[in-house]
Write a protein that binds this ligand. Structure first.
Ligand SMILES: [Zn+2]
Length: 246
């Protein structure tokens, strides 16, 4: 990391969190459950995230501090307790007001090109952009049955940091083997047993993003259905969100 960037981050961390932003944190549903030291760390990450990332509204969505703080706060949960460079490949967050319709063109085997439209709540693009639908962002919760689309999309960003989106983020050396043994075993087996991780595409990248989303939104369900996967994510994120609910 450049000296200048580190210096700028340290200066931001030393500044107080803007008072008018505190009330916006109710859009980060896990926040009141976090221990005070984690809350402090998260506030620091939010300041840096907002200083370094660009936001754009699409289809007339007015991006204000509320939207910015809520997206940054939920995304920064993935950064707590870890050496991190703040999603280094992600530069811009695009927010639509509502579930948006995207045109797609997909190459199929045999040279056929499939074209159509589909409704999406959010998506992660490899080229530095995360796209979100505000109504989905605003539904984020913490507890049984809760979802968190911001966490989901930024999990895809972590997955991309090693250059490929295949369910493996950049790992500390001690987790490389456990990841191969636990994550991929759970992914393969999930097709054959009851799981809240519905496998829409049978794809390990999607399995990873859904697991991370549940880890931060409905951690008790994840720990009940997939205790080994929960334990693995707990080691990776150095957090135990299920314990916050007891
Ligand atoms: Zn996804």
């Amino acid at each position: 990391m450049s000296f200048f960037r580190r210096w700028r981050r340290e200066r931001l961390l030393a500044k107080p969190f803007p008072r008018e932003w505190f009330s916006l944190l109710n859009g980060v549903p896990i926040f009141p459950f976090l221990p005070p030291e984690d809350q402090q760390e998260l506030l620091g990450h939010i300041k840096i995230f907002l200083a370094e990332k660009k936001f754009e509204g699409a289809a007339g969505f007015p991006v204000d501090d509320r939207a910015r703080v809520i997206v940054a706060g939920n995304a920064s949960l993935l950064l707590l307790h870890r050496e991190t460079d703040y999603f280094p490949f992600m530069r811009t967050v695009v927010i639509y007001p509502t579930l948006y319709v995207a045109r797609y063109v997909r190459a199929q085997p045999g040279g056929i090109v499939e074209e159509g439209v589909e409704v999406r709540a959010g998506e992660s693009w490899p080229l530095g952009t995360v796209v979100l639908a505000w109504d989905a962002v605003a539904e984020a919760g913490f507890g049984q049955g809760a979802r968190n689309v911001v966490v989901h999309e930024f999990a895809h960003q972590l997955d991309l940091e090693d250059g490929a989106m295949q369910g493996v983020p950049v790992l500390p050396p001690e987790l490389v083997r456990p990841w191969q043994e636990i994550f991929f075993k759970e992914w393969r087996e999930a097709a054959y047993r009851p799981t809240p991780l519905r496998l829409s595409q049978g794809n390990p990248a999607e399995f990873f993003a859904m697991a991370v989303e549940l880890f931060f939104a409905d951690p008790v369900s994840l720990s009940q259905y997939h205790p080994d996967l929960y334990g693995l994510l707990s080691r990776y994120f150095r957090q135990d969100p299920a314990a916050l609910l007891f």
